[in-house]
Design a protein around this ligand. Structure first.
Ligand code: MG
Length: 460
């Protein structure tokens, strides 16, 4: 029965939507991109941002990040939490802190710490089991405002954005523009948000970190190195625990030391990463703001050799697809917010149905959504020629958002399943219902591998 199966990440500004799925629904045909939305604050669509670049205007990039986002959402719902140490995360024994308030941080608590340890450090903390549907709702509210105001933005995680306003200076102070955007977000959503602004993504992100909580900062062109110099190398976005320990073992703590190190030495010690770290430390970063839109997606489809009307079979295949795509999401540290199911009948009539859901990468949520959509969709009792699943509206995971919805048993199951899959390959673990569906899931992890259609500059 199996013929073609495919995994791909699609970004409609790069590629055709899909060779495998025709999507007749209006949502998918919408060609509007964020970059065409230059409508607010006195800017007309005639303002040619690209022309302004030729005047030699420096890049102007804003990084915006909601402060202790999950905690702030919880405080909107329960004002009594204001001013108190709050931990949001998994509440089971194996739970992890997803977010903590500044009051809790004073006790040495930080995110990604085991909840049990956090409770020991700060016994008076109020522990709340996270709720991804609430955070998704507020995340979307903020995104809508940024989308409305910004010429070009990237949603890099559920609570983080990059906005490119290069060229805006000619009409309007860009710092003033950013301040007004921040004020509007706070006024309309009541969520605290901070921003950093500079000529690059890296310096702006570091800037946001320095501006927090509830602040804003601008690093002027030419001042990037001075701004970074006194800060800990830990503040460079790509320096994780392991790299940091290596720096410390070399007696290096400040970014300034890296700035003064010869590039060759950095390369010898840290390899290719060393070069990137050195550049970032020196404020050199040309990575572009990648336009965000809901069509950024991952999908899987299957065309049958012989058309089928076997509903059980169709459901098994869709379950396998959802399961496999969810695994890729988790492995790529991504979450989806839109699920689409497509059925093509033997007469080539193709139907799709989609649903917006809270950000997730959980099998059981995604499988249930896919089944629900399929049941709504498969109304004609006609032979099916193709079925497909697509997850779109992808954002970076960042937080342990998948974990707090689930019981300890589920978390353990996911971790075990993903571990086995990573070790022995995709097909090694399957839910009972998908056992006889072979041939779905032959591709490598699209977030790590070379297979998917995604241009190099879009890999982040
Ligand atoms: Mg944040």
């Amino acid at each position: 029965m199996t013929t073609t199966t495919d995994i791909k990440i699609i970004n409609d500004s790069d590629t055709q939507p899909s060779e495998h799925i025709d999507l007749p629904s209006s949502d998918f045909d919408s060609r509007e991109t964020t970059s065409s939305r230059i409508v607010s604050r006195g800017f007309s669509k005639e303002s040619q941002i690209t022309d302004l670049d030729s005047f030699g205007t420096p890049n102007s990039i804003i990084h915006m990040d909601l402060d202790t986002f999950f905690v702030s959402c919880e405080r909107l719902l329960e004002p009594k939490l204001n001013g108190k140490p709050v931990l949001v995360g998994g509440t089971s024994d194996r739970g992890v802190v997803s977010a903590c308030s500044y009051e809790a941080r004073q006790f040495g608590v930080h995110s990604a710490m085991p909840m049990r340890m956090a409770k020991q450090l700060c016994p008076e903390a109020i522990v709340i089991r996270g709720n991804s549907s609430i955070y998704s709702k507020y995340s979307n509210l903020v995104t809508d405002i940024i989308k409305e105001e910004s010429p070009l933005y990237e949603k890099s995680s559920i609570d983080e954005f990059y906005i490119d306003i290069t060229g805006m200076d000619r009409f309007h102070g860009s710092y003033k523009w950013a301040s007004e955007l921040r004020q509007r977000i706070m006024k309309e959503t009541h969520l605290p948000i901070s921003f950093g602004m500079s000529t690059s993504k890296t310096v702006s992100k570091v800037g946001t970190g320095e501006a927090k909580p509830n602040g804003q900062i601008q690093v002027l062109k030419g001042n990037e190195k001075n701004f970074l110099a006194p800060l800990s190398i830990k503040k460079i976005p790509m320096v994780g625990d392991k790299t940091y320990r290596k720096f410390r073992s070399m007696g290096i703590e400040k970014i300034q030391t890296v700035q003064e190190m010869p590039l060759e030495l950095m390369e010898r010690v840290f390899g290719k990463n060393g070069v990137v770290i050195w550049k970032k430390a020196n404020g050199i970063d040309n990575s572009p703001v990648i336009p965000f839109h809901d069509r950024k997606s991952i999908s899987s489809s299957l065309t049958f050799e012989r058309d089928t009307i076997d509903v059980r079979k169709l459901k098994e295949i869709l379950t396998t697809m959802a399961e496999k795509l969810a695994f890729y999401l988790r492995n790529g540290d991504k979450l989806t917010s839109i699920v689409t199911v497509t059925v093509r009948y033997s007469d080539f009539d193709t139907r799709s149905r989609q649903m917006r859901i809270p950000y997730t990468a959980n099998d059981h949520t995604l499988i249930a959504t896919v089944m629900n959509l399929f049941n709504q969709l498969y109304q004609r009792r006609v032979m099916a020629r193709l079925v497909g699943v697509r997850f779109s509206g992808l954002v970076g995971g960042g937080y342990q958002i998948n974990l707090f919805e689930d019981s300890e048993r589920t978390i353990k199951l996911y971790q075990a399943m993903d571990k086995v899959r990573n070790r022995f390959g995709q097909g090694a673990v399957k839910r009972a219902v998908t056992m006889d569906t072979r041939g779905v899931g032959q591709t490598s992890n699209p977030f790590n591998g070379e297979a998917p259609v995604i241009p190099a500059h879009r890999r982040q």
